[in-house]
Ligand binder design. Structure first.
Ligand SMILES: Cc1cc2nc3c(=O)[nH]c(=O)nc-3n(C[C@H](O)[C@H](O)[C@H](O)COP(=O)(O)OP(=O)(O)OC[C@H]3O[C@@H](n4cnc5c(N)ncnc54)[C@H](O)[C@@H]3O)c2cc1C
Length: 227
């Protein structure tokens, strides 16, 4: 695994505590949609290391990351302090969380920044997929929703792609889906799909239990845990 220097081209706020870093892609850095890289956090000595899914596919010119600022978190807060033209050292690519070579329908479950590897996979692969692809994207509050325009655009362009956004703590007046991803999945038809899940451990464990209880073989459940 090789260390590369990534220059920050742009930083965008996606919500009050999620931001996007757009990085120049170093020469020789090749990866597959869904993989992550390990950022060297250099606020103090010794540095520490944190993994971040690459939120853009390999056919894009730049590398995109989408990062949640965790309260009191060393890595995410240091990354949030970086500015355009700063350099970031990253090691990778790492991981095997990529789409399986399968014709089965696909169900994707993401919470928060767990959507990052799926943004890469969808942007990269939807054009080549003919099976149904459905995404369930969960956030806590309505103002935590991001990438909605992108999802809408993908759904318009690819009739086989559909998505649900669900909000676990919405205001009373919210008219969209309410509840956690697990509640959506309790009522969702599981029909031998390949399922991909990304986010925090508790969510992944709960979703996997639901899928298994609905008879989905364990080998069709693929996940990336963020903690
Ligand atoms: C393979 C992999 C890929 C990852 N990709 C991403 C990514 O694309 N975007 C991203 O924001 N994070 C991602 N993470 C999480 C990331 O590595 C850090 O754990 C996170 O940024 C917190 O680090 P910290 O030093 O700020 O906080 P720490 O002090 O290390 O706090 C860690 C705690 O923060 C919480 N936490 C970690 N990640 C998140 C999150 N994304 N949302 C909410 N709470 C969280 C967990 O409870 C965890 O125990 C990934 C982790 C792994 C293992």
């Amino acid at each position: 695994m090789q260390a590369h220097i990534f220059k920050i081209l742009e930083k965008k706020e996606l919500t009050k505590d999620v931001f996007e870093l757009i990085l120049e892609r170093p020469e020789g850095f090749s990866f597959e949609a869904g993989q992550f890289f390990t950022a060297k956090i250099e606020d103090i000595t010794p540095p520490c290391f944190r993994g971040y899914s690459i939120a853009s596919g390999p056919s894009k010119a730049n590398i995109e990351l989408c990062i949640k600022v965790v309260e009191g978190g060393r890595g995410s807060n240091w990354l949030n302090s970086l500015k355009k033209d700063d350099n970031l050292t990253g090691i990778g690519p790492n991981g095997k969380f990529t789409l399986q070579n399968s014709n089965k329908d696909i169900l994707i479950v993401a919470t928060g920044t767990g959507i990052a590897p799926f943004k890469a996979m969808l942007e990269e692969h939807l054009k080549d997929l003919s099976q149904k692809v459905h995404l369930v994207f969960g956030v806590r509050y309505v103002e935590d929703i991001f990438y909605k325009d992108l999802l809408e655009e993908l759904a318009e362009k690819h009739p086989n792609f559909t998505y649900d956004i669900t909000v676990s703590r919405p205001e009373e007046s919210y008219e969209g889906n309410k509840g956690r991803v697990t509640e959506i999945l309790q009522n969702y038809g599981i029909n031998n799909q390949e399922v991909y899940i990304c986010g925090l451990k508790d969510m992944i464990d709960s979703v996997s239990e639901i899928l298994k209880s609905k008879g989905l073989p364990e080998e069709q459940i693929h996940f990336e845990k963020y903690d």
